[in-house]
Design a protein. Sequence first.
Length: 303
Amino acid sequence: PLSLDSPFPDFRFDEYMNTKAISVNKALDDAIPLQEPIKIHEAMRYSLLAGGKRVRPMLCIASCELVGGDESLAMPMACALEMIHTMSLIHDDLPCMDNDDLRRGKPTNHKVYGEETAVLAGDALLSLAFEHVAAKTGNVQASRVVRAIAELASSVGSQGLVAGQIVDLSSEGEQVDLNHLEYIHVHKTSKLLEAAVVCGAIMGGANEAEIERMRKYAKCIGLLFQVVDDILDVTKSSEELGKTAGKDLATDKATYPKLMGLERAKKFADELVAMATEELSHFDAVKAAPLYHLANYIAYRQN
Ligand code: GRG
């Protein structure tokens, strides 16, 4: 449910999400035709088109529109974000990482195509992401495209997603404190969400002050995303088990509810959503509606 005191009661958020998801899915489908070598393109398409909430593309497009840009300016970047997100999931699911059999309700990439192909499908998606932004972005100044590409690249590499993953893997089985947990989440989750918002703003023509404001908004929702994920892990598994303590309270994996208690974690999530939406109050109210609702969606989602 959306917050009751929404300042945008007339905004049809579900319609907005559905419309954007349709155009993003169409653009992703077009970005990777089934061509030779069939095996690799099939594996790339399998994971990329397997569903997913498309949160990163939506944030990118909404941020571009917030500063007055048209959706088309940000669409190649929106697709690139989803390609990178998908490749990180393919690699994360590999036996040498999390060793998962299911992703987005379907068998993982390596279960269907084998490990070698899954590694290569991830590599090819990562490479295509940057090619796609550079080659397909139109009507945006070259200096803006280059700046956005640099922003995107830094969110993925050894100071971004990869940093989060290596620290996460290295601390398996260890007792970690809140700072350590936050480092992992900021890098594994927030960095790419931040890139989505900031790159959307850059493509849309934002000035420096707007870019930095959007970065603050993004940092809040990035952390919010993970805090809520941890809360859902607890509440969902308690519902499933019919118990008061969920699975993450019972295993060694560090989570916000485990380190600060469920109630304080929920309060922290409320604070983060309030901080995120405060940043939006400096923009045109009608144009800010999608990002306001996206923050609330991330905060109060059920999966
Ligand atoms: C990025 C070069 C490169 C390598 C990969 C494996 C790895 C390094 C990083 C792991 C990153 C990872 C799995 C982070 C978790 C991100 C996260 C919050 C996933 C869930 O995102 P949702 O809920 O998923 O948006 P859907 O399926 O809806 O898209």
